[in-house]
Design a protein. Sequence first.
Length: 441
Amino acid sequence: MQGPRQLPRRKRLLFQFIIMALTYGLTELSILVYLNFTFPDLLAKRRSVARLDLTDAVLNNRPMMIHPYIGEVYQPDDPIDPSGEARAQRVTGKLRFNGYGFFDDDTPVRKRAPGKVIVALTGGSVARQLGQTATGVLERELSQISEFQGQQFEFVRLAIDGQKQPQQLMALNYLLTLGGEFDLFINLDGVNEISLPGIDNVPFGVSAAYPRKWNVLTAHTGSIEMMRSVGLVTYLRNVKRHSARWFDTAPWRYSPVATLIWKVRDDRLEKSILEQSNDIDRRSRERLPYCSSGPAEFFDSDEQLLAHCAEIWARSSILLHGLCRASQVRYFHFLQPNQYVRDSKPIGPQEARLALNEASQFARPVRIGYPLLQAKAGQLAEAGVIFTDLTGAFAEHQEPIYKDDCCHVTEAGDEIIATAIAARIKAWYATNDAAGAPQAP
């Protein structure tokens, strides 16, 4: 009696392959359903992490150095050569970390000359990004001003991530002391000034007017443990970005299983980053010396702190105006747009997933604090400051512009801001030319 007939080897392999393919397909389908219902924004989150601009990643992980006048600057590529021209490491195009700690293509100490217009741009990370991507727009538009036609534009990029007043004021004082000269000084700020003191300083016993996280910046200089934690956070953030970028490439980006693997790994990295960040915060609060805290400040409410921050912002701008006027520099101050300003931009579901987050540390300070900044417009104008509120710059733009839940925008957003800045400057010159006003400040 013969046993059951066996299938040919080729058919058995084909059958096994079909079973494996069906099993894999069902697994992918099951995980896809699970992810769509449980984490509907997961792919958008991975894409946003993976597509972080390389320059932003470099800047975010660049060590910040204590500066005696400005507070903090980027660690220069070549601290020996002040201009950064000799052995500076190029990052994008001509931009690098020059010897003064700014992300620019040359020394910030420029000299006026016939046929040249020197334009300084300062502020925080939004201004820094605009200085990378949209100076061409500024040059194209500003060159239409009759006084500047046919002249060569030089842009001096003084914006630093996390910078807030009075750092911009101190930086200009410092550079003027060194002999720097400017024709136009553009200040694009607001978010850092109203948000960061209550996020990074005051809760940890640091003066609101001090640079952000001053306790962390000064504490780790004498602590090996603190330096180790700061270095580990930098490393883990790099791993997190590279992991998202790898899983966002084909064929892995189309696989729900791969997406789930990435999520598990990303969650572990995020947990480690949070643990190290908490450790840094804990260490930075321990036995704060005066050099890390500054004068003691006490506020009865968040609203009182925000009002204090608005006063520092306005007073710093008025002082900047006076300093520029004394140095024959034309000063223009712009309040940067932000997604948490009520009715400032139509935001659809796609943009909202990245841009709106009620848990964001910036949401409440901007909603409550920005009206305080806007209310200072009269005080600034009375002091002679040429101030412009750009919070409505995106009011007519339905397309997604904000790319995170803080304040940063796409390159198209930079161009819109740059165009609005240039339009205000052109309008001012046109009005003053028409009135026969002298061009010297």
